[in-house]
Design a protein around this ligand. Structure first.
Ligand SMILES: NC(=O)c1ccc[n+]([C@@H]2O[C@H](COP(=O)([O-])OP(=O)(O)OC[C@H]3O[C@@H](n4cnc5c(N)ncnc54)[C@H](O)[C@@H]3O)[C@@H](O)[C@H]2O)c1
Length: 254
């Protein structure tokens, strides 16, 4: 499987799952645009990709801001020479003292921020990227959702997060319908419990209870989520669109 010379844009790629996706796509031949709000992490990820002999650029900015998204996508297209793959990965999951916040503990501003980053961010970058993909009649979009968006069994995450990820899964299907006529596919990956820096926001007790509930008996790795993304952007998945691929070790299986 080779993606030689393809141009990929990954949001929230400074650490965790996003960084693993950026490294995986670079390993298989992509040039990569790394978006993040953290300059330090984005630069570090860029260094790793350049060390692999691929082109990499960083684009700092908040996915919740549409004009910023348009600007960053245009910069990526100008500097890398196109955009074949977009991975909407950036996401936040505010906690309450290391556990899930219950609905009656969530402030309106926190609800709005989670929706703005996790759901509107996907709209922002997809719309901006499609402006380049549609004329070329070519493109792959992968949205990083969450199994909790299907099961509602929220584990360590609040209702705002679950609602945003259910929205991402619904939007993935609706977008897939809208752009199918242009030969563009839109799919999602729904991770379960993944051992990324985000995980350290939960207490050890919360994490241990989660681990015991996973049929395969362990957390997933960011690289295993990246494997799912790699499949969905590869030729092996060219007839798959509107699908959500669970990467959960069996946690919350359909
Ligand atoms: N870790 C898990 O167990 C898990 C499970 C299911 C889904 N997910 C999803 O996977 C994605 C990545 O999660 P992760 O575990 O790697 O998280 P993480 O917190 O380790 O990394 C997220 C990255 O996104 C960046 N980011 C945050 N807000 C941003 C914004 N507004 N604009 C641009 N960048 C922003 C952060 O700086 C960070 O580099 C998220 O969408 C998350 O909801 C994670």
């Amino acid at each position: 499987m080779k993606l030689d010379g393809q141009k990929a844009f990954i949001t929230g790629a400074g650490q965790g799952i996003g960084e693993a996706i950026a490294l995986k796509l670079a390993e298989y031949g992509c040039d990569v645009a790394i978006n993040d709000v953290s300059k330090e992490n984005a630069e570090e990820a860029r260094g790793k990709i350049q060390a692999m002999g691929r082109r990499a650029i960083t684009l700092l900015g908040d996915v919740a801001d549409f004009p910023e998204a348009e600007k960053m996508v245009k910069q990526a297209v100008d500097q890398l020479g196109g955009m074949d793959i977009l991975v909407n990965n950036a996401g936040i999951s505010p906690k309450k003292e290391g556990r899930k916040p219950k609905i009656y503990e969530i402030e309106e501003q926190e609800w709005d921020r989670v929706m703005a980053v996790n759901l509107k961010g996907v709209f922002n970058f997809s719309k901006a990227a499609l402006a380049f993909m549609i004329p070329k009649k070519k493109g792959r979009i992968v949205n990083i959702a969450s199994i909790t968006g299907k099961t509602g069994n929220s584990g360590p995450v609040g209702v705002h997060y679950v609602a945003s990820k259910a929205g991402v899964i619904g939007m993935t299907k609706a977008m897939a319908y809208d752009v199918a006529e242009f030969g563009i596919t839109v799919n999602a990956v729904a991770p379960g419990v993944i051992d990324s820096p985000l995980r350290k926001m939960s207490t050890p007790e919360v994490n241990e209870a989660l681990r015991r509930a996973i049929p395969l008996g362990r957390f997933g790795t960011p690289e295993e989520v990246a494997d799912g993304v790699l499949f969905l952007v590869s030729d092996f998945a060219k007839y798959i669109t509107g699908e959500t691929l669970d990467v959960t070790g069996g946690w919350g299986m359909d």
